[in-house]
Design a protein around this ligand. Structure first.
Ligand SMILES: C=CC1=C(C)c2cc3[nH]c(cc4nc(cc5[nH]c(cc1n2)c(C)c5CCC(=O)O)C(CCC(=O)O)=C4C)c(C)c3C=C
Ligand SMILES: [Fe+2]
Ligand SMILES: [Fe+2]
Length: 359
């Protein structure tokens, strides 16, 4: 018979080895919620940038060329120059107070907000933390910590609204690699993409409505700029492009707009291949030059947190492209970051994926 008072005396009946002094301690079973983002350099100097870019750009899910061709080009050409230019770009947006990149600061804030809600609901039965696919804190170190803390189940949540091999899949790969090293492997689930979740669309729509209310004059066009991938990835079966198009359509429907008010574009082209089009940097210039549009707003629905690609590329490079082509008013609408409506949407997605794991 089980009796809390005599719990330790009762255990040997189930497992006699328990009573022995070298038996590993048995911790109360908990559920881990591990959110994951892309990763970011530890600092902006050449070697920190090179380490980060090397890990990122050596990932076959990101760049799928044969290593025989790609590695010499990467090590000898790209990594001799890009750490300087990318380092300068990161420097222009660096969070000097915390000495970290904005992506790190925002991921920490999102995790803290998710944790507060989950702990309020489930108490000590859950543990919430974050990890990065590249750099620190590594996925492996966070899986280890969760197992050490007694997590016998882990829900892994790549913080990308849209599935892409280059983002969600590689984050999941890294999670499964980390599980390979655990003697007592936790039961694992991965969260599905949430590009069409009504709560995510609602949070996006509200952020756009707020920006439009605060704009001096109403923007004539909303540019939804998604991170690009090579066009070939779409032909090879990656659904990223279609999921991005659907987010824009749902957003347009929620806002009650017509096709003339909103456009989907893709940014951050890298290398000589064709990437998903239209390219944001060219489309904003075309809107100004050919369509005579003077006032645009740009949002970035594929990014759950502001980062180099939004704060520097959109709000500096793409803005410049628009203004040089004759554009006058450029409004950047920040990512959802730790906006309460976003945190609610993320927690809703977590709850759906936790079904059956917590009472
Ligand atoms: C070279 C190929 C790249 C592919 C394919 C790619 C896909 C992709 N990336 C994101 C999200 C982010 N990317 C970020 C930075 C970044 N991306 C690439 C290259 C590819 N991305 C590079 C080289 C960099 C580093 C910056 C630079 O040197 O230009 C970031 C920001 C990280 C930060 O620290 O701020 C995010 C986020 C998505 C969503 C995606 C495909 C769907
Ligand atoms: Fe990227
Ligand atoms: Fe498509």
């Amino acid at each position: 018979m089980f009796d809390a008072q005599t719990q330790t005396e009762e255990r040997p009946a189930v497992c006699p080895v328990h009573a022995q002094p070298d038996h590993p301690p048995i911790k109360p079973a908990r559920v881990g919620i591990l959110v994951a983002n892309l990763g970011t350099p530890d600092a902006t100097d050449y070697w920190s940038m090179r380490r980060y870019l090397n890990e990122f750009l050596s990932d076959k899910r990101v760049i799928d060329y044969s290593a025989w061709i790609w590695q010499p080009l990467l090590q000898l050409v790209i990594l001799s120059k890009r750490p300087f230019s990318s380092g300068a770009a990161y420097k222009s947006i660096w969070n000097e107070e915390e000495n970290e990149s904005p992506l790190m600061t925002i991921t920490k804030a999102q995790t803290a907000a998710i944790k507060a809600k989950m702990v309020e609901r489930y108490g000590d039965d859950v543990r919430v933390d974050f990890c990065m696919r590249y750099g620190n804190p590594s996925t492996k170190s966070k899986v280890r910590e969760m197992v050490e803390a007694g997590c016998t189940k882990i829900l892994f949540f790549p913080l990308y609204p849209h599935y892409a091999g280059a983002t969600s899949a590689t984050a999941n790969d890294q999670f499964f690699r980390a599980l390979m090293e655990e003697k007592w492997q936790p039961i694992a689930r991965v969260v599905e993409p949430y590009f069409d979740d009504p709560a995510y669309i609602e949070a996006l729509a509200q952020s756009i409505e707020r920006a439009y209310e605060n704009a001096e004059t109403r923007p004539q066009k909303l540019v939804c700029s998604y991170h690009g991938v090579p066009e070939r990835y779409l032909r090879e079966g990656d659904p990223y492009h279609c999921q991005c198009q659907k987010t824009t359509r749902l957003l347009k429907e929620r806002l009650g707009w017509d096709d003339t008010e909103i456009v989907t574009t893709f940014q951050s082209r890298f290398g000589p291949e064709e990437w998903l089009k239209p390219y944001t940097v060219e489309e904003v210039a075309r809107l100004a030059e050919e369509d005579g549009i003077k006032n645009i707003a740009v949002c970035a629905p594929a990014f759950s947190a502001d980062c180099i690609e939004t704060l520097e590329e959109i709000n500096e490079e793409i803005k410049e492209s628009f203004e040089e082509a004759g554009g006058e008013h450029f409004t950047y609408i920040p990512c959802l970051n730790d906006d309460p409506a976003h945190i609610d949407a993320l927690c809703g997605t977590i709850e759906r994926n936790l079904k059956g794991w917590l009472a």
